[in-house]
Write a new protein. Structure first.
Length: 190
């Protein structure tokens, strides 16, 4: 239940709440959740076990243990919140230090439906993703835009890696995402 803080500092102990009652008042009181999602990839059912950090990332209290063994990491920022975007660099640095070397990383700019409150341009997300060589999508949990695609792309990449053989055509997750993604409409026409 208790684990060292990130960045290797070690001495500060932070809670990993497992249930509502485990929380401290200054720390997020929602338990980090585990969810299963099944996606069908080329006729094969792939079960993804998804760990939602449930707000702990805002307190930088997501410990290495949360993502050290993960095969894929979805990094989300909120397109209406600059701080959430600015935090992504720190997480990418941390992930490169502590996550598995071949972890699949995807950058998602969420709340794409909230165009009137947007402060992070789509191009800014694209530029950051390109800098780190990761696929990028803008998503909306409200409308569902690109949500299935994000999970499908991850599942395809993991399935490809698991069964990689010389005669199988190579799968490029960034190309796949670029070819499939829906873009949020920028303008309204009267
Ligand atoms: N319009 C809109 N609202 C969203 C979207 N995603 C989440 N929200 C809203 O934003 C608020 C926060 O959503 P959460 O899913 O709790 O966000 P979170 O970052 O996971 O928060 P924690 O669970 O505390 O980490 C809620 O009111 C959601 O309804 C989205 O894509 N569009």
């Amino acid at each position: 239940k208790w684990a060292p803080a990130p960045s290797g500092k070690g001495e500060l102990l932070l809670p990993r709440p497992q249930a509502e009652g485990d929380c401290l008042t200054l720390l997020p009181c929602k338990p980090a959740g585990l969810f299963n999602k099944v996606v069908t990839v080329d006729g094969m059912r792939v079960k993804l076990q998804i760990w939602d950090t449930a707000g702990q990332e805002r307190f930088r209290s997501v410990t290495h243990a949360y993502y050290r063994d993960a095969q894929a990491l979805l990094l989300l920022y909120d397109i209406t919140n600059k701080a959430s975007f600015d935090n992504i660099r720190a997480w990418l640095t941390e992930i490169h230090e502590y996550a598995q070397r071949d972890v699949v990383i995807m950058l998602l700019g969420n709340k794409a439906d909230m165009s009137s409150e947007r402060v992070i341009r789509s191009e800014d997300g694209e530029t950051l993703a390109r800098e780190y060589g990761v696929p990028f999508l803008e998503t909306s949990a409200k409308t569902g835009m690109n949500v299935e695609l994000a999970f499908l792309a991850i599942a395809k990449e993991l399935k490809y890696r698991a069964g990689q053989s010389a005669d199988e055509p190579s799968f490029q997750i960034r190309d796949y995402v670029e070819s499939q993604k829906k873009r949020s409409s920028c303008c309204s026409f009267v």
